[in-house]
Design a protein around this ligand. Structure first.
Ligand code: GUN
Ligand code: ZN
Length: 448
């Protein structure tokens, strides 16, 4: 192997233990899906991964003078994918004590009104992306607010960092404060203009974003469906079956629908690249239909526990004979942590409560390739392999004194991953690489 450098952008390389998924462990088993390469090198050029393999093979093939960064006591993984999050809700993280509908009214809707102001939106967008990088999150599907300027602010900041990011303007034309409402027509027009401005620029993608069934009229859902039909390579991003009061309300508002998922289906909002946050309270018909239509669910455990929404049934969602696409979401600001490791930990506890333990290796799949799969982007991100986009996170296995002490007692990769997701947080993210450029480096060793 030789990596020639004549007239090419420079190569950068990381050397260490590389952990990656190339298939779905829920369907094919962990041995056929996960690969740990010890003392390996990943070489990156022009934003893509150019080579991955044993150090003794890749190092001699690197162009002379290539910088090779050593990653000892660490795992090099694909960057984390946050498949559902609200960047405008940073100022209400931890606003306590209410179930979903009351929480929306008391905290969320007031906070979102501030995003009519571009300066506020820009400041929050920058803070949001910086926190993502500190936590190893290199891609996300993001709710903005009803204001187009909230989308412009986020996409502008993401474009500067060359992030792969999916986002969209919220559509709401009823059951919300007037200051946060658009109309079926203006929501359509504003979204179409944002698609023209942003979709496909850099690594950005647009998501048509009706907030949830209850805040859109049938006319608005129809308009959203028509917009998707006109732009089928966009995503649709919404909420589904999160809370029992929401379910009862949705039944009242859409009495003709078979169930919650059918509301979206009837309005042309179910298909490949439809992304449904939560999906806690689903019937078998809805799992089967979502699988058949190739939609995706996003599991947001910290949010589900914080709002008391319920326990996501991961085993049902990922049943091997009809595995739905499932990603992990922080769902900030109902979610309580930017850290994907903290999020995986909570997913593990929810799975325990469901009586179906989640192996740590499967959890890491969900945070990387699983999230990419949920976004229909598994051919671009979520794995470390030649040709994939070079989004990486370097996870420090000994980030704290406690982790260091605990890691001395692990006797398998599975156990090391379990410790990482149990004790790890932003301190365990040593570095984050986006499209082949280092965008975050943790300052000093937290282990001291
Ligand atoms: N359902 C409708 N809107 C929201 C939101 O902002 N957060 C959550 N968790 N659920 C929702
Ligand atoms: Zn949400």
């Amino acid at each position: 192997m030789t990596l020639t450098d004549i007239g090419m952008p420079p190569v950068q390389a990381l050397r260490g233990d590389i952990l990656s998924f190339h298939d779905d462990p829920f369907v094919h088993g962990i041995d056929a899906s996960m690969r740990l390469q010890r003392d390996a090198v990943v070489a990156m050029r022009g934003g893509l991964i150019e080579a991955v393999g044993p150090a003794r093979e890749v190092l001699p093939a690197l162009p002379a003078g290539t910088g090779v960064e050593r990653c000892d006591d660490a795992l090099i993984c694909a960057g984390f994918v946050d498949a559902h999050v609200h960047y405008p809700q940073l100022p209400i993280i931890g606003a306590r004590g209410l179930p979903l509908l009351e929480w929306l009214e008391r905290y969320t809707f007031p906070a979102e009104q501030a995003y009519a102001d571009r300066a506020h939106a820009e400041a929050m967008a920058r803070l949001y992306l910086r926190e993502n990088l500190r936590n190893g999150i290199t891609s996300a599907a993001v709710f903005c607010t009803v204001h187009p300027v909230s989308v412009d602010a986020l996409f502008e900041a993401a474009l500067e960092l060359n992030l792969r990011l999916i986002a969209g303007k919220v559509l709401m034309d009823r059951n919300a404060p007037a200051a946060l409402c658009d109309s079926a027509q203006s929501g359509y027009d504003d979204s179409a203009a944002l698609i023209a401005r942003w979709h496909g620029r850099g690594r950005l993608g647009y998501a048509i974003t009706p907030r949830f069934a209850a805040t859109s009229s049938p006319a608005q859902l129809d308009a959203a469906g028509a917009l998707w039909q006109a732009h089928p390579d966009c995503h649709v991003h919404t909420h589904l079956a999160e809370n029992s009061a929401e379910l009862a309300w949705t039944r009242e508002l859409f009495p003709e629908a078979l169930d919650y998922l059918d509301v979206y289906d009837r309005h042309g909002l179910l298909g490949p690249r439809a992304l449904f946050a939560h999906g806690i309270h689903l019937h078998e018909r809805e799992y089967a239909r979502c699988h058949e239509a190739d939609g995706a669910l996003v599991h947001c455990p910290t949010s589900n526990l914080f709002l008391g929404s319920g326990l996501f049934d991961l085993a049902a969602a990922r049943r091997a004979d009809r595995p739905l696409r499932v990603g992990m979401g922080t769902d900030l600001g109902a979610g309580t942590s930017f850290s994907m490791l903290r999020t995986l930990d909570e997913a593990g506890k929810v799975a325990q409560m469901r009586g179906a333990p989640l192996p740590a290796s499967h959890a890491f799949y969900l945070a990387t390739r699983g999230g990419a799969h949920a976004l229909h982007l598994e051919h671009r991100i979520g794995s470390i392999a030649p040709g994939m986009e070079a989004d990486l996170v370097v996870l420090d296995l000994k980030a704290t004194p406690l982790m260091q002490a605990r890691m001395a007692h692990v006797d398998s990769l599975e156990e090391a991953l379990a410790v990482l997701m149990t004790l790890g947080d932003d301190r365990a993210v040593r570095a984050t690489w986006v499209a082949g450029r280092k965008r975050h480096q943790r300052e000093a060793s937290a282990a001291g």
